[in-house]
Design a protein around this ligand. Structure first.
Ligand SMILES: NC(=O)c1ccc[n+]([C@@H]2O[C@H](COP(=O)([O-])OP(=O)(O)OC[C@H]3O[C@@H](n4cnc5c(N)ncnc54)[C@H](OP(=O)(O)O)[C@@H]3O)[C@@H](O)[C@H]2O)c1
Length: 389
């Protein structure tokens, strides 16, 4: 493939779990992909190493205190260095970029994703929080601009893969599978005393801290339900969750004739990342293959909505619509941060989210700027409640 035919990629959050795995995929397929832009929050050392290795055109570091040292290291190599929040949103508009992989965490993804879509860039979306917060605006903007949003989340990639060749066949229902996380089977009483260290030990996936806590509290599945609604144009009653502790079946589509298609494979994020970057091609890989004999039993359970209250909050926020999912997301981001810092207990995360959903100003038809206001209001409200939890 000539340099011009390669897909030129920006990775927002290249130093994280998804970002580093995406770079492994790119390194293994350097004949197809070229790195244009890499970004990080504050890990300037890794960002510099990555930029030099992949000959990036530009990097963005969010933390302005790291800017000078990074610039000194990369400038002579011909790599442009930018810093700050605005730079992240501006850099995605670079003419040379074909596709933006949104692998940063949280609400911070909203602005650059909107700007990338407005600039007509294809999106590989890992940053589910953006779709949770502003799914209606994002998907509308993408339709208007003819931008495809390729899901990176393994469950949504599974649904996307199952829909291949089914363009004219409506979805009856989807089942998102959930591992159940490290606390599967625990009662509310058991969950009272679990610690951040225990919550950070996911049985099947090695991921960033925020999504690992979200998996332990099942908020991750709740966010994924809302993400699925927007990605696949579903009604809430068309989305169900099934707990599948082995994480082999990544999700299932049920069609109107009753037939179900599931996508399966070992739990390895490189596969959905590669599918999103390489779509529509299935690029030959040497990822380990699934062996049926090592998994003689694939099992399924109902989620426990009583012990994992976040699941119900997510369904409720999706039903309510407007800015409610934005409140849910911001409250959860604060809850996770405070839980990780040891300031609140595991169950207090759900109490805080419930409180925010009940008390933050509701907006039925938010515009883009309203999401920023709602995010700030929720963070301020949630932070003011921490000492009383
Ligand atoms: N990890 C997975 O297996 C997985 C699976 C499915 C979906 N996802 C989704 O993918 C996204 C990334 O998850 P992750 O596990 O890769 O997270 P992660 O390991 O924590 O990495 C986050 C990345 O974003 C950067 N970042 C963090 N906060 C930022 C901010 N405010 N502004 C700009 N950049 C920021 C980080 O930079 P520094 O390194 O400098 O902090 C890092 O590069 C999340 O939305 C998650 O839900 C992840």
């Amino acid at each position: 493939m000539s340099e011009n035919q390669k897909k030129h990629i920006a990775i927002l959050g290249s130093t994280g779990s998804i970002g580093t795995q995406a770079l492994e995929v790119i390194a293994a397929n350097s004949d197809r992909f070229q790195v244009e832009v890499l970004t990080a929050h504050s890990n300037a050392d890794l960002l510099a190493e990555q930029a030099l290795k992949f000959k990036a055109n530009a990097v963005v570091i969010h933390d302005e205190s790291k800017y000078k040292a990074l610039k000194d290291r990369l400038f002579d190599e011909g790599i442009k260095v930018f810093c700050g929040r605005d730079a992240l949103a501006e850099v995605v508009e670079m003419e040379t970029i074909d596709l933006v992989l949104t692998a940063l965490v949280g609400f911070a993804g909203l602005k650059p994703t909107m700007r990338a879509i407005a600039a007509g860039k294809q999106i590989a979306l890992a940053n589910k929080e953006t779709l949770v917060v502003a799914g209606e605006l994002i998907t509308k903007a993408a339709r208007e601009k003819g931008v495809n949003i390729y899901p990176v989340d393994s469950e949504h990639s599974a649904i996307f893969q199952c829909l291949s060749g089914e363009f004219h066949n409506p979805i009856e229902k989807i089942y998102l599978t959930a591992s159940g996380g490290p606390f599967r089977g625990m009662s509310l009483q058991d969950l009272k005393s679990v610690t951040p260290a225990q919550a950070l030990k996911h049985p099947n996936w090695d991921m960033g801290a925020k999504i690992t806590i979200d998996s332990a509290s099942m908020m991750n599945k709740g966010l994924e339900v809302i993400e699925a609604k927007w990605l696949f144009g579903l009604k809430p009653e068309q989305i169900d969750i099934v707990v599948h502790p082995q994480s082999i079946i990544h999700s299932i589509v049920q069609f109107e004739d009753g037939s179900m298609k599931a996508q399966m494979g070992l739990p390895d994020m490189k596969l959905p990342i590669q599918y999103a970057l390489g779509y529509p091609e299935r690029i030959k890989s040497d990822f380990p293959r699934f062996d049926f004999m090592k998994y003689p039993q694939l099992t399924f359970e109902k989620p426990d909505y009583k012990a994992f209250r976040n699941l119900q909050f997510a369904f409720d926020a999706m039903q309510k619509g407007g800015n409610a999912p934005c409140v849910l997301n911001a409250a959860n981001e604060i809850a996770v941060k405070e839980f990780l810092a040891g300031n609140i207990g595991f169950l207090a995360m759900s109490d805080l989210i419930e409180d925010c959903l009940q008390n933050v100003t509701y907006i039925a038809q938010p515009r883009l700027e309203n999401y920023f206001e709602t995010d700030s209001e929720t963070r301020a409200y949630a932070s003011s409640k921490i000492s009383s939890l």
